[in-house]
Design a protein around this ligand. Structure first.
Ligand code: DX5
Ligand code: ZN
Length: 224
């Protein structure tokens, strides 16, 4: 993953799965940096989405890094399967990992970037003991499970808190935000210190097309 000032990661959850390859090619051509894959198991979250088989199909469809967001119980049991399917980054939720430190080490040993994710109801301080291990912190801006939900503004302060914790240890880790990101909400998160932006509906359901969605997100930050 090349480090740029900020990255846009379209979430496939809002894509048309009857033409997944084309949808990925569209956002790749439009300059998206990562592809965000939302993995849901029907237990940790009430929805079910894709497994390693579909992630591998995405991997074959693009050169972009796959940012794999594991909304599943016992993620440690499936890390290897997702790594082999082509994940560049594996994000695990702090809420699902009683042995978080160990789980993050396992991700590293699989040669993937390691991400830790926190739900809106989880304090930022819960991830402090592992911050030196992670390449990315994903701050959820909605409760995970579904696309198209409304952005929770109270998560802005949490991003600022994570930014401060990372700066204190001089960590270059990304801060990624996910849920309800639009051209109206993105700037507040950028100003709070986020550097990677996941957007599903705003990109794939954009009335002007996915390329226009990506462009509008970039413009909202650059105009600032
Ligand atoms: C929610 C997922 C998100 C979701 C974002 O559980 O983690 O990645 O797809 O979708 P939008 O951008 O539509 O809120
Ligand atoms: Zn996600």
């Amino acid at each position: 993953m090349n480090k740029k000032e900020f990255v846009i990661a379209p979430s496939l959850l809002a894509a048309d799965f009857t033409r997944l390859g084309e949808q990925i090619a569209e956002v790749e051509a439009a300059g998206a940096e990562w592809i965000h894959c939302d993995i849901m198991d029907g237990h940790f979250v009430p929805n079910i989405t894709m497994g390693p088989f579909i992630v591998y199909a995405c991997h074959r469809a693009t050169k972009l890094p796959l940012d794999v967001h594991l909304m599943i119980e016992k993620p440690e049991q499936l890390l290897k399967a997702y790594a082999e399917a082509g994940a560049a980054l594996l994000n695990v939720h702090v809420e699902t990992c009683p042995h978080l430190h160990n789980t993050l080490q396992q991700i590293k040993s699989l040669n993937c970037k390691a991400g830790v994710t926190i739900n809106p109801g989880t304090p930022a301080s819960f991830i402090k003991p592992v911050l030196h291990l992670v390449d990315l912190v994903l701050v959820m801006c909605v409760n995970p499970g579904f696309g198209g939900q409304e952005f929770l503004p109270e998560t802005i302060a949490k991003v600022a808190e994570v930014r401060q914790m990372l700066d204190e240890i001089n960590s270059p880790a990304w801060i990624e935000v996910d849920g309800g990101i639009t051209d109206e909400t993105i700037l507040s998160m950028w100003n709070a210190g986020a550097t990677a932006f996941v957007a599903g509906s705003f990109i794939f359901r954009n009335p002007n097309g996915s390329a226009a969605g990506i462009e509008a997100l970039r413009r909202a930050i650059i105009k600032g």
